[in-house]
Write a protein that binds this ligand. Structure first.
Ligand SMILES: Cc1ncc(C[n+]2csc(CCOP(=O)(O)OP(=O)(O)O)c2C)c(N)n1
Ligand code: SF4
Ligand SMILES: [Mg+2]
Length: 350
């Protein structure tokens, strides 16, 4: 069996503004199971970065351990990458971001990687509002280690062996909102049309941007009785809105019924145009977002779309008032103020 990706591409593939074709944003050939939801999310990441004209070397991919955490190998081969230890991606992201704030930090994790071993790291990276995108590819199980229930498996959900989960599932989106996350979205791996604008908005968000993506594991958790199977999700999905990401300087031209269009302006002038389906939900209001999630839960629905956003988010570097120049580019001269300054400090302490 060979894992070498064929290099042939259609000679007339469209190019983006940087002159790259979409294959420049692809990665190695995936070794995940055919039909795994994670591969669809990788395809959405490739499409998003191509459409956003991102220079791949301006982006760093970070992950933990799991089938989900393997996916950065399957997109953006020309970007930086660090496949860390199980549940430890947030601390690696924090260190890298503090050293060089000028890169886009793109974190990928699994429900096992985030909601169990990495829970401590997850809650603290939210508290700090680190400027990064954090995607959880959520299949309700530990795919890589053969399908044990994870902490996001719903109570009563049945896995492939027939075991019924006795415990309440952890709802990562509610938790993220509760902890102060400034961008929280939810989607389904099978809905590229929704996922792509959500990833675009997450990349533009100045702060911690969380996307919980239900991503079925076809091998261990796609059976009847599982609440993370393709069939179950397709029948229980409920969108808050249909959405467009509108880049800076582009006019919003879509015409929606009065009262149903909500435009969320982002800090750099781009915006998200939300065609609201759930009329009693307001993505800028935390309480409203929490209520919408709880109501959906009661009805056994999976709410998708942009759930909550705080556009005027203050990310970690702003909060710490770090230097405008990334730390890794500061010279010795800038870092060492000299003996006169040191003498002054010492004098102040006498
Ligand atoms: C410290 C440590 N403990 C346990 C493991 C075994 N292990 C590898 S992946 C994994 C869970 C992966 O689940 P998830 O993050 O949901 O990823 P998925 O494979 O489902 O995408 C576990 C427990 C490990 N690699 N390292
Ligand atoms: S075991 Fe499950 S999560 Fe892992 S690659 Fe296969 S389908 Fe995907
Ligand atoms: Mg998993």
């Amino acid at each position: 069996m060979t894992y070498v990706k064929p290099k042939f591409r259609h000679p007339e593939l469209p190019k983006n503004k940087l002159g790259y074709t979409v294959d420049y944003y692809e990665g190695a050939l995936s070794t995940l199971c055919a039909g795994c939801g994670h591969d669809s999310i990788s395809a959405a990441v490739v499409q998003t970065c191509f459409e956003m004209n991102i220079e791949p070397h301006r982006l760093a991919k970070l992950s933990g351990i799991g089938c989900s955490s393997k996916t950065p190998a399957y997109f953006l081969s020309n970007s930086h990458g660090f496949n860390s230890v199980h549940g430890r991606m947030p601390s690696v992201a924090t260190g890298a971001n503090l050293a060089n704030k000028d890169l886009i930090y793109f974190g990928v994790s699994g429900d096992g990687d985030t909601a169990s071993i990495g829970m401590g790291q997850f809650v603290h990276v939210i508290r700090r509002n680190l400027n990064m995108i954090y995607i959880v590819m959520n299949n309700g199980c530990y795919g890589l280690t053969k399908g044990q229930d994870s902490a996001t498996a719903d109570e009563g959900s049945k896995n492939k062996t027939g075991h019924v989960n006795l415990f309440e599932g952890i709802d990562l989106s509610s938790l993220a909102i509760e902890l102060g996350a400034t961008f929280v979205a939810q989607s389904f791996s099978g809905d590229k049309a929704q996922l792509t604008p959500l990833i675009k908005a997450a990349i533009k968000h100045p702060g911690f941007a969380f996307i919980n993506v239900i991503s079925p594991c076809v091998t261990f958790n796609n059976n009847v009785g599982s609440t993370k199977s393709y069939d179950y999700v397709r029948h229980h999905i409920e969108a808050t809105s249909t959405m467009d990401f509108v880049p800076e300087m582009t006019e919003i031209t879509a015409s929606y019924d009065e009262g149903s269009l909500k435009t969320v302006k982002m800090h750099d002038g781009s915006s998200i145009a939300l065609h609201k389906l759930a009329q009693d939900w307001d993505p800028l209001d935390k309480i409203s977002a929490m209520n919408a999630i709880q109501h959906a839960k009661q009805k056994h629905e999976i709410l998708t779309g942009l759930l909550y956003m705080q556009p005027e988010s203050v990310e970690l570097h702003q909060l710490l008032n770090t230097s405008n120049k990334p730390l890794n580019t500061l010279t010795k001269k800038e870092l060492c103020p000299g003996s006169v300054a040191l003498a002054d400090i010492n004098a102040g302490l006498r």
